[in-house]
Design a protein around this ligand. Structure first.
Ligand SMILES: [Mn+2]
Length: 324
């Protein structure tokens, strides 16, 4: 592991132009890492572009700063392309064209299913967030943390640990967070922006979705869904349904929570969360998806409620397997 970070730092020092990207619909971990790494590299006098297929999600726009959309950078040719939080190459979407032009490629991630596709790979599945790994790069290169860097890394850790509630939270996670807070991070301000910022249409959508709420007979699986019709009638956007899965996870007896969202093209997007060390990554894997043990997802062709039934059946099988 030590040699992997050493190799990463060597490549960062040696090259001039870097492009950073993350997976489709980037989350707080990916965004926080790209933003922190951009500052680090700029402080070393490097040229840095962040390039993603998807635009910045609304809830992160308060951070300011910009990135470029990959379809607009057709001729960009960096020395190094760094993929953050992308367990498989296809997850960078059409940023792939930039990736393919880069002579050196780097893969920094903490997903257990990472298939080490780049020329330089650093995968640490023990890291609660990729942000912990970027923090280690700052330390290794002896670069000072700044208020902005601290905010970005804090967001990365905050979002991937479910605000320090998930099982991936370690003593190290808290030690890093405590150091970051010293840089005037204002955790309450960040939490307000990231979590306590639902729109009224979003709340209308939630009330509609909760009408579909179901719990298995044994109480261990809880699920509900959002349809295209609900989105239309509430006036909410798909982003408004982010975090809905946690309402299912909050059921006292639930070990596995699922949230389904009709994507409108015959695809159902599935979010899975688990408690008490049930591995939902295995379940997502059965349907071509992936993620972490306690938080995973997949996309399934079909309709509701059929897809929900299929998933719940697969989850119940996993729960039985676990018992044996
Ligand atoms: Mn992550």
């Amino acid at each position: 592991m030590a040699s992997e970070i050493t190799e990463v730092c060597k490549v960062l020092r040696k090259n001039k132009h870097f492009v950073l990207t993350s997976h489709l619909s980037p989350d707080g971990d990916g965004i926080g890492c790209m933003y922190a790494l951009r500052i680090l590299l700029q402080s070393m006098g490097k040229q840095v572009d962040i390039v993603c297929q998807d635009p910045m999600p609304t809830r992160y726009r308060f951070l300011g700063g910009k990135w470029r959309l990959s379809h607009q950078v057709k001729s960009m040719r960096p020395d190094v392309m760094i993929n953050i939080e992308c367990p498989v190459l296809s997850r960078i979407g059409n940023a792939l064209s930039v990736y393919q032009r880069a002579p050196v490629t780097m893969n920094i991630d903490h997903h257990p299913g990472n298939d080490r596709y780049a020329t330089v790979n650093w995968v640490d599945i023990k890291a609660a967030a990729t942000g912990e790994m970027i923090y280690r790069i700052f330390k290794k290169l002896k670069k000072p943390l700044t208020r902005d860097v601290a905010r970005y890394l804090y967001i990365s850790i905050l979002t991937d640990t479910g605000s320090f509630r998930y099982g991936n939270t370690t003593p190290l996670t808290h030690r890093i967070a405590s150091e970051l807070i010293q840089y005037d991070v204002k955790p309450d301000f960040l939490v307000d922006h990231l979590y306590d910022s639902r729109t009224y249409p979003g709340i209308k959508l939630l009330t509609m979705a909760l009408k579909t709420f179901q719990i298995s007979a044994d109480g261990q699986v809880a699920w509900f869904w959002v349809t295209q019709k609900m989105l239309r009638e509430s006036g909410a956007s798909t982003e408004d349904s982010e975090g809905f899965v946690n309402f299912a996870r909050s059921v006292e007896t639930a070990k596995v929570a699922c949230f389904f969202r009709e994507a409108g093209d015959g695809i159902i997007k599935v979010s899975l969360r688990s408690k008490r060390s049930i591995d939902v990554n295995r379940v997502a894997g059965l349907f071509g998806g992936g993620g972490h043990k306690a938080a995973s997802g997949c996309q399934v062709k079909g309709r509701l409620p059929g897809v929900a039934k299929k998933l719940v059946t697969a989850i119940q099988k996993e729960l039985k397997r676990k018992k044996r």
